[in-house]
Design a protein around this ligand. Structure first.
Ligand SMILES: [Zn+2]
Length: 303
């Protein structure tokens, strides 16, 4: 661990009000402070690969791919973890890349994501090693990759590795897509059809919509129509497993900025809705109970 670099990082971070004060004592930093891991005790791993703010001059800017960061998704991921803690009394594993996307992209393969730079590669490796360890510690569960989009429609886009064309399929043709989706390992355990799991009344999109955040796919928006849509990227594909056995499944959640990640109040509101939705979705489709009733702080009246 490079303590001098961490000192520089802390200094830079303190510019962003509120974040520094909230770093918990058990947070761990890797790759010269560019990757942060907040350990959890739930079968849920949340990562924010594109929220990084650090732009050290000694790492050259990448020349290939998207270089803009997903603004405030670092803060949003922290809020989501806190909202889950407030509901359940337990914590998801949280993995944050603090290096700006100009320097590294942890949602691409190593070569595209780092341009071959050894310092960027150190960050990339640390980010993925931590996710691997957290998944192993959690056993069966959900990997959630949190992002921000700037598409014209301010809807939450849920990436199951199904593109717009696949989402326009229906019935048996749609259900046949289960094994190529990011939730292949859930398709066998969920008590409902694949179509219901992805965009029925008990889908994550329906639950988010019910919480005040329109989402696609959902009963309201079964497919993206003519709008641009992110199907899920490198991490969503990397951290899914097909079939039975080591049954980790994955989701990419792409958040619009207006009303979701633009202000602290909106981030908090969305985080609460996502925490509530995930709790119901995981129980219904995976049989995973996030809530420990005795530990739930909300039941003790402390918000
Ligand atoms: Zn992103």
């Amino acid at each position: 661990m490079n303590w001098r670099a961490i000192g520089v990082w802390m200094g830079l971070l303190s510019i962003h009000s509120g974040l520094l004060a909230e770093v918990p004592p058990d947070a761990k930093f890797f790759a010269s402070g560019t990757v942060e891991y907040r350990p959890g005790n739930l079968p849920l791993v949340i990562a924010a690969p594109h929220g990084g703010r650090l732009v050290p001059a000694e790492i050259p800017d990448r020349v290939e791919g998207v270089l803009t960061r997903d603004a405030e998704t670092d803060l949003l991921a922290i809020e989501v973890a806190e909202a889950i803690y407030r509901r359940t009394g337990l914590r998801p594993h949280l993995v944050l890349c603090h290096l700006h996307r100009r320097k590294v992209d942890c949602n691409r393969d190593a070569l595209v994501g780092t341009g071959g730079n050894p310092r960027a590669l150190e960050t990339w490796r640390a980010f993925h090693d931590i996710i691997d360890e957290a998944r192993t510690a959690a056993g069966r569960g959900l990997f959630l990759d949190l992002h921000g989009h700037s598409h014209p429609e301010a809807r939450v886009e849920i990436g199951y590795l199904l593109d717009a064309k696949q989402l326009r399929e229906e019935g048996a043709d749609f259900n046949a897509l289960a094994q190529v989706s990011s939730v292949a390992s859930l398709a066998g355990t969920s008590p409902v059809s694949f179509e219901e799991l992805i965009r029925g009344k008990s889908s994550l999109g329906a639950l988010l919509h019910g919480g005040g955040f329109p989402a696609v796919p959902s009963p309201e928006f079964p497919d993206p129509g003519e709008e641009p849509f992110f199907r899920g990227g490198y991490n969503t594909a990397r951290y899914r497993t097909g079939g039975t056995g080591d049954a980790f499944f994955s989701l990419q959640i792409e958040c619009p900025k207006p009303g979701v990640r633009d202000t602290e109040e909106n981030r908090r509101r969305f985080a609460k809705a996502l925490a509530t939705s995930l709790e119901a979705w995981l129980l219904r489709h995976a049989g995973i109970r996030l809530v420990n009733e005795e530990a739930r702080p909300e039941s003790r009246g402390s918000e």
